[in-house]
Ligand binder design. Structure first.
Ligand code: COA
Length: 260
């Protein structure tokens, strides 16, 4: 595929994908999503590529969101298809990729841009980055996994506030929230990510592939955490520790747990 909206730089088993629509603040139109799908797929299939970094071109934006001009007149059916196709082609695809993907957030990461960064395996931000999910200010909700991945990363209350206010947070706040792992200067962003990538590439890529799968399994949307909790809660009632703990409480003494 001839890329129009992205380019790829490769060095020492590391590939950097650059989203390259700076005049539109790297907004994700349909073509860009398709190109990213092909790029991620091909790099994942290439055994020489050990780590992928994704960033935006220019010094202003990682990605300022889905391209609003493309969906402003969509019907309910088209809106649903837009979200479903995007999640399948790019966001879920990246999250479940075998090759580690680092988001280097170099400016605005808004809407689909933050959703793309959140689909990556982890994130590093430059100090000028600003992040948010402004969709409700447009009368829509995040559709590329934002309502699921943001609470996973920052907690439900913070996610609710960010989504409801549609506001932006700066890098320091994102770091405090656990949304990004590191904050560095703009100049240091790519060298810093490459240093982490080089450490990753010293390790077993087969083991890393399995680790990604295992970590992701804990966050699958079809697993019902509440049922798991109910089962585990009930199981506790059959343990000696539970008998000892409750008896000790009722007898007003310190528990001495048998550990079974
Ligand atoms: N979709 C389509 N075009 C976008 C875009 C988006 N998500 N974000 C920015 N652009 C375009 C602008 O329309 C403008 O194009 P133009 O020069 O042809 O008019 C260009 O990118 C530059 O953006 P501009 O708004 O002029 O830059 P700014 O510095 O004044 O503001 C932002 C920066 C990020 C605050 C502002 O662009 C913005 O709010 N973007 C939309 C963010 C959003 O709601 N994303 C979620 C989408 S669901």
């Amino acid at each position: 595929m001839d890329y129009e909206n992205i380019y790829i730089e490769e060095e020492n088993q590391l590939a950097t994908i650059v989203i390259n629509r700076p005049k539109k603040l790297n907004a994700l139109n349909r073509r860009t999503i398709e190109e990213l799908h092909v790029a991620f797929k091909e790099l994942d299939e290439d055994s020489e590529t050990k780590v992928i970094i994704i960033t935006g071109s220019g010094d202003k934006a990682f990605v300022a969101g889905a391209d609003i001009s493309e969906f402003a007149d969509f019907s309910v059916k088209e809106g649903r298809q837009l979200a479903a196709a995007g999640q399948r082609q790019l966001f879920d695809f990246v999250e479940n990729l075998s090759t580690p993907v680092i988001a280097a957030i170099n400016g605005f990461a808004l809407g689909g841009g933050l959703e793309l960064a959140m689909a990556c395996h982890f994130r590093v931000a430059s100090s000028n980055a600003r992040m948010g999910l402004p969709e409700v200010s447009l009368g829509v909700i995040p559709g590329y996994g934002g309502t699921q991945r943001l609470p996973q990363l920052v907690g439900k209350g913070r996610a609710m506030e960010m989504i409801m206010t549609a506001g932006m947070i700066d890098s320091d706040k994102a770091f405090g929230y656990g949304l990004v792992n590191h904050v560095v200067s703009s100049e240091e962003l790519l060298p810093f990510c490459k240093k982490i990538a080089s450490r990753i590439s010293n390790n077993s890529s087969v083991a890393i592939k399995h680790a990604i799968k295992a970590v992701n399994a804990g966050f699958k949307y079809d697993a019902d955490g509440y049922s798991v909790e109910i089962d585990a809660f009930g199981t506790c009632f059959g343990t000696d520790d539970f008998k000892e703990g409750t008896t000790a409480f009722l007898e007003k003494r310190k528990a001495d747990f048998p550990g079974s």
